[in-house]
Write a protein that binds this ligand. Sequence first.
Ligand SMILES: C[C@H](O)[C@H](O)[C@H]1CNC2=NC(N)=NC(=O)C2=N1
Length: 100
Amino acid sequence: MTEKLSETARDTTLRPLLEAGWSLDDTRDAMTKSYKFSDFTEAFGFMTRAAIWAEKWNHHPEWFNVYNKVDVTLTTHDVGGLSALDVKLARKFDLLAGQG
Ligand SMILES: C[C@H](O)[C@H](O)[C@H]1CNC2=NC(N)=NC(=O)C2=N1
């Protein structure tokens, strides 16, 4: 069963992501990042690759795309906050975006 990140886990696992451009949402226990690609095709290609991993891991982003930008929000709805699944998916998304 997925659980919310513990305080210790938050300190250790979120810090590198925050340093890599992720931000904690100030309205709920979630994290966000805006990716900017060279054009729409690159942005949508990222979303396609990311969607495959989200489906594989049964953990899905909340995201918005306009032209070459993709805004991503990650949180675990089942636990009402950030879990290890969000950390795992964030790391994967950064790799897929060429930021890993
Ligand atoms: C039933 C299914 O396992 C759940 O709805 C999964 C699907 N994808 C999910 N994605 C996210 N972000 N949070 C969840 O709690 C979640 N739960």
